[in-house]
Design a protein around this ligand. Sequence first.
Ligand code: GDP
Length: 329
Amino acid sequence: MPRALITGITGQDGHHLAEFLHGKGYDVYGMIKGQNNPRAAKLQEEMPFVELIPGDLADLPSLVAALQIAQPDEVYNLGAISFVALSFSQAELTANTTGLGVLRMLEAIRMVGGAQNNPIRFYQASSSEMFGQVRETPQTELTPFHPRSPYGCAKVFGHDIVVNYRESYDMHASSGILFNHEGPRRGIEFVTRKISNAAARVKLGLQHELVMGTLDAKRDWGYAGDYVEAMWMMLQQDEPDDFVISTGETHTVQEFVEKAFAHAGLEDWEQYVRQDPKFFRPAEVDLLIGDSAKAKAVLGWEPKVGFDELVKMMVDNDLALEAAKANRS
Ligand code: GDP
């Protein structure tokens, strides 16, 4: 059976990817950080097939040890400080984990190597946030980067160091430049889940308003379940490369709010939404829209879930979760 090690196993993508690889017959190892990580128990309950290994992207020896234990054929580096807003207030930590963490994992892979004729393949979670103040529309693998946050800057470093190690040491290291991808497992701090959860809670009478930052930013939002398949496809190629993974559609934050509230049966969304400067960012990414033609041509990858379906999936999930919570209390 092939073996995979996933960093960021407790996050949205880690969960989807672990389930996907398990379905493909992989032995799945997940790297988990911290002492008595509160997410570990839930993760083991939901995915008992995942073998957890302690480790931290800020600690090279722990990465070497994790590789020695897992003996993976494939490493998926999804671990990061991934929330743009937090990256402004914890910029150094973001640079260390999200940026230098990639370098450490690449070094650990060089040290451990893998079986002689079967070198470890590496996937890096690059991000559309690297495009930031976009230089062209839509964005492709060739669009220059102009990050707008410490998170974006750290992801640019991670991306560039993957290219450099691939060229310098002939490593099978690929990056997926993933545009925003969402779903019921998205953390509540991200805008889509914040909105879907608020729409559900307002509908159920558990909350009366939704306090937001900008409503004008545009994002290319896809479904996380579709996107993890692209990660795996990249590592099955003979040659490593970089791929944009996106839907090719863009929508404003306001459209997400409108659709989510309407789906919850709340027609007049404006009466529930208020803006507060504390949710505005020092620098904003105004528009993202990706062209994933290369992924389609080379990998045969295409998104399956569209925008409307995504919004409905998330609102329905939050309606069910919040109703169940309310019934319990
Ligand atoms: P990002 O694209 O990685 O920054 O993903 P987010 O889901 O955090 O944010 C998407 C967009 O929604 C950004 O342009 C944010 O500025 C905007 N936004 C507006 N209000 C909020 C809010 O209350 N929370 C978050 N997370 N984002 C918001």
